[in-house]
Design a binder for this molecule. Structure first.
Ligand SMILES: Cc1cc2nc3c(=O)[nH]c(=O)nc-3n(C[C@H](O)[C@H](O)[C@H](O)COP(=O)(O)OP(=O)(O)OC[C@H]3O[C@@H](n4cnc5c(N)ncnc54)[C@H](O)[C@@H]3O)c2cc1C
Length: 405
C-alpha cells in the first residue's frame, strides 16, 4: 500500500505528526503496536508548553484537570509558585492520565482521516540508506516519508541507527496511582531532595500530580549520573517517597502495581533519507525534569509541517529547525545532570534553587519546559550563561562523574 506519510508509534508525538499531515490532505497510516486503549507509564503532567502545543493542534483539553502552578520542596524549604504568564505559553498546565489523553489524540487522528492500525508493530524497510516504508508482519507499506515516533528507543530505532548515545545521561522513573482527598488541587508538587535507602542524594525528584478524578499520580525519577544508579531500586525509592507524603496527602494504597519506564535524553541520529525521529525516539526529554510530552507534540507537528512544505528537503529541514529549538537547551540539561550527579553539589544547589524568589522563578521556568534556545528574560539568560560555564566544566564533570555502580 502506498501512502504519503507513515508514522511508527501512537503516542503524543506520532499522533501530532499524523493529525497535522492528515488535516493538510495527505494520506497517513499510523501504526501502534499496542491495542486501542493502551496506557503509557508517565506522570501525566502537561506543562504550559504542552497546553500551547495542544492549542496549536486544536485539541480540546477542557476535560483535563487544570493545574495553575508548582509547589517545590527541598528539605524544609517549600515554595508554591504560579505558572508565569508569558507571550508564548499560557499560565496553566494540566494533568491528563495518559490512557485517556493518548486515546483522545488517536480518536482525533482517526476523525482527521488517519488510517490508524492497532496491534501492528511496524519496522522500517530500507533500500540502501533510504527508508522506503515499513513492514508489519509480511505486509509492506511504502511512502516517501516515515516518522519514527516509537518512544524510548527499541528495534525500529536500532534498525535506523537512531539510538541513545551511550555516553549521555538517561533517566528511569516509576509511577503509581493512589486515592487522596487532595486530588482536585491545582498545584503539582515536586520534592527535589530525594534520598535513596542508603541516604544518597538522588538527582531527580518525587512528584505528586493530582489528577482531579479522586487520585494522584505519585512517582519518582532518577538520572543515570547518580552515584550507585545501577543498584537503585525504584520500587523502594517510590515506597520511601510515599512514606514521606502519606500523611500530608492522606494517601491511600496504590491502585495498581507501580510501573517504571525509561527516559531517553539523547539520540545519535534523528534523521536520514526518507525518515525523521520525533519525541522520545529523538531523545527529546528535558534532563532537568524528565518531561517530554510537549517536545513530542511540537516535534511531531514540525516533522509533518516540513514534509507539507517541501517533501524533498523535509528531513534535513526538520533536523535543522528542531535542533535550533531544542539542542542547546537539552545539551545544557545533560551537562547539568553530570553536575548534580555529584551529591556534594546537589545538596547546596537545591538550597539555592528553591532558596530565593528569583532562583525559584528560574527553577519554575525550567521545570515547566518554558525555556529553550530562544527564551528571553532571566531564565533564558541564566541558561545561556550556564551553558557556557558548563561547557568549560563538561570534560571534568564527565571524568569525575559519580560512579553508577
Ligand atoms: C515514569 C515517567 C513519568 C513521566 N512523566 C512525565 C510528565 O509528567 N510529563 C511529561 O511531559 N513527560 C513525562 N514523561 C515523559 C513522557 O512520558 C514522554 O516524553 C512521552 O510519552 C513521549 O511521547 P512519544 O509519543 O514520543 O512516545 P510514547 O508516548 O512512548 O509513544 C510511543 C508509542 O510507540 C509505540 N511503538 C513502539 N515501537 C513501535 C513499533 N515498532 N511499531 C508500532 N508502535 C510502536 C509504543 O507502543 C507507544 O505507544 C514521563 C516518563 C516516565 C517514564
Amino acid at each position: 500500500m502506498q501512502r504519503d506519510i507513515l508514522v511508527i508509534g501512537g503516542g503524543p508525538a506520532g499522533s501530532a505528526a499524523a493529525i497535522t499531515a492528515a488535516r493538510a490532505g495527505l494520506s497517513v497510516t499510523l501504526f501502534e503496536k499496542s491495542a486501542y486503549g493502551r496506557d503509557k507509564v508517565c506522570g501525566d503532567g502537561l506543562t504550559p508548553r504542552a497546553i500551547a502545543a495542544l492549542n496549536e493542534l486544536r485539541i480540546d483539553h477542557s476535560v483535563a484537570h487544570r493545574i495553575d502552578g508548582l509547589r517545590m520542596i527541598a528539605g524544609k524549604k517549600e515554595r508554591e509558585l504560579a505558572w508565569p504568564t508569558t507571550a508564548r505559553f499560557p499560565n496553566h498546565g494540566a494533568v491528563w492520565p495518559r490512557q485517556k489523553f493518548d486515546n483522545h489524540l488517536l480518536d482525533v487522528a482517526i476523525a482527521s482521516g488517519v488510517d490508524v492500525r492497532f496491534e501492528s508493530e511496524a519496522l522500517p524497510v530500507l533500500e540502501g540508506e533510504k527508508v522506503i516504508g515499513v513492514k508489519v508482519g509480511s505486509d509492506l507499506f511504502t511512502a516517501p516519508f516515515t516518522v519514527l515516533a516509537a518512544g524510548a528507543q527499541g528495534m525500529a530505532a536500532k534498525m535506523l541507527g537512531a539510538e541513545r548515545d551511550p555516553n549521555e545521561t538517561f533517566g528511569l522513573a516509576i509511577r503509581a496511582y493512589a486515592p487522596t482527598p487532595r486530588h482536585a488541587e491545582r498545584h503539582l508538587e515536586a520534592c527535589l531532595s530525594l534520598r535513596d535507602e542508603h541516604g544518597t542524594a538522588v538527582p531527580g525528584y518525587g512528584w505528586m500530580f493530582p489528577a482531579g478524578d479522586g487520585t494522584v499520580n505519585i512517582g519518582v525519577g532518577a538520572l543515570s549520573t547518580m552515584k550507585g544508579f545501577k543498584k537503585l531500586n525504584l520500587n523502594t525509592l517510590l515506597d520511601q517517597y510515599a512514606g514521606l507524603v502519606r500523611d500530608s496527602w492522606s494517601l491511600g494504597e496504590y491502585i495498581e502495581k507501580p510501573r517504571a519506564w525509561r527516559l531517553p535524553m539523547s539520540c545519535v541520529k534523528r534523521y536520514g533519507q526518507g525518515w525523521v525521529a520525533v519525541g522520545d525516539a529523538a531523545g527529546f526529554v528535558n534532563p532537568m525534569n524528565g518531561e517530554g510530552i510537549d517536545y513530542g507534540l511540537e516535534s511531531g507537528m514540525l516533522a509533518a509541517q516540513k514534509f507539507i512544505e517541501d517533501p524533498a528537503s523535509a528531513a534535513v529541514n526538520y533536523d535543522r529547525e528542531v535542533g535550533e529549538r531544542f539542542d542547546s537547551f537539552l545539551r545544557t540539561g545533560r551537562r547539568f545532570s553530570f553536575l548534580i550527579g555529584h551529591p556534594w553539589i546537589l545538596k547546596p544547589g537545591l538550597r539555592i534553587a528553591v532558596g530565593t524568589q528569583t532562583a525559584a522563578d528560574i527553577t519554575l521556568s525550567v521545570m515547566g519546559n518554558l525555556v529553550d534556545s530562544s527564551t528571553p528574560g532571566a531564565a533564558g539568560r541564566v541558561l545561556k550563561i550556564a551553558d557556557k560555564t558548563l561547557q568549560l566544566a563538561d570534560p571534568l564533570l564527565r571524568k569525575t562523574r559519580a560512579s553508577a555502580n
